[in-house]
Design a protein around this ligand. Sequence first.
Ligand code: HEC
Ligand code: HEC
Length: 183
Amino acid sequence: MGKCATGMGLKSRVQFGVALAAMILTVSACAVQEKVASTSPAPQKVAASSTAAAVETIKDEDLGLSKSSVYDVPIPDAVEFKGGDPGVNALIGKSYFTAPPMIPHSTKDMTPITRDFNLCKDCHVQPTMIGQKIDPGVPVPAPVSHYVSVEKGEFYMGRWNCTQCHREQANVDVLVQSTFKKP
Ligand code: HEC
Ligand code: HEC
């Protein structure tokens, strides 16, 4: 080893020492500043949360659209659907292009639709009737969109549950009025 192990002369060792001391001073000064910065907003936060607790809370009965408490299980009024037996009703038509048409007739004893029970299908899944002139009182055939293959008469099972999209009409008091207007 040489006489100067660090490779620095005395002058440069002094300079280094001064620089180091200056750095330590700066760092500790910053730390103090930071400490002040991090502690000073804390009392404000406490004040803010104690104000929030004083704000009035929302009551159970104001949480939903129902006018009763959220813990009640209100029984809705029975809905009376309009429409006579199939064959005597005027078509309602679609609300807009691509909308499923409403069911104009009663669906009494036709629901719930199950895997083995689907009266809708018996009357409406008539692939050979698609494109034919349909006289009033005759079931309107389910359209091409409802088939995997019209030629093979293969109905698309994703459309099995007809009432998922098609519904009959009823006079009901709705909780929120619709603003929809037929375009
Ligand atoms: C006994 C046969 C029969 C059954 C069962 C039946 N329908 Fe109909 N459906 C008709 C007839 C007939 C019409 C034409 C309107 C009328 O005369 O009532 C019609 C009309 C419709 C229309 C209107 C089509 C349009 O273009 O506006 C829809 C939708 C419909 N039915 C869906 C259903 C659904 C869903 C079911 C099962 C819940 C069902 N139908 C069960 C015979 C039937
Ligand atoms: C996923 C929703 C959906 C399901 C499920 C569905 N439909 Fe439809 N249906 C529609 C839509 C949307 C239309 C109108 C647009 C079109 O032609 O595809 C329509 C049209 C019809 C029409 C009118 C055809 C015409 O020419 O005016 C009949 C009838 C019909 N569907 C019967 C049925 C029957 C019966 C079932 C069950 C076996 C059924 N649909 C299941 C959405 C559905």
